[in-house]
Design a protein. Structure first.
Length: 181
């Protein structure tokens, strides 16, 4: 599988398989703790960002993956596990616009501290609606999700310059490999 990754017309089950593989790579893969793990999820409403994050939490070994839901009204939730998952949703902040109120809301969320925590390998930071970030952080894995041609299909694009992109591409390739006869 080549990098950047582009998958078209995948169903929710396949999307979840890729997300679980990413979680496992982050939890067990080489270099993640040193490089940190920051995931920027972008896409329209209903594209599968929260579905992806919930499946990611399973791969990470989060204690209660059933509690991973859209944090739209909380903005940020932390989920315990061997490698904690911090799940942020910027949708509501986008409603504030680019004025002083919107800028103050981004600052109050403490994104710089969360970026630093993720960069130090202390957590995996998954940010939904990342396209609303005033300045995206360097070193993140960008995941763009979109609805497919049919209602049950999705598209996934992954790009970024991270310490774990090659092992991740290999792990994702294994997800699509046909089992031997």
């Amino acid at each position: 599988m080549t990098w950047p990754l582009q998958l078209r017309a995948i169903d929710e089950s396949t999307l979840a398989t890729f997300a679980r593989a990413l979680g496992q790579q982050l939890r067990h893969g080489p270099g993640v703790a040193e490089a940190g793990a920051l995931l920027l999820l972008s896409g329209p409403m209903g594209a599968g960002k929260t579905t992806f994050t919930r499946a990611l939490s399973i791969g990470l070994g989060v204690t209660r993956p059933d509690r991973v839901c859209s944090p739209t009204f909380n903005l940020c939730r932390e989920h315990d596990g061997p490698l904690p998952l911090v799940h942020v949703d910027l949708c509501r902040l986008g409603e504030l616009g680019g004025d002083d109120e919107g800028s103050a809301a981004f600052e109050a969320l403490g994104l710089d501290e969360l970026f630093a925590r993720a960069a130090a390998g202390a957590c995996v930071l998954a940010i939904e609606w990342a396209q609303l970030l005033p300045v995206p952080p360097v070193g993140a894995l960008s995941l763009t999700l979109a609805r497919g041609a049919a209602p049950h299909l999705r598209a996934l694009e992954a790009a970024g310059v991270t310490a774990w992109e090659r092992p991740l591409a290999a792990a994702w390739a294994a997800c699509t490999a046909e089992p031997p006869p």
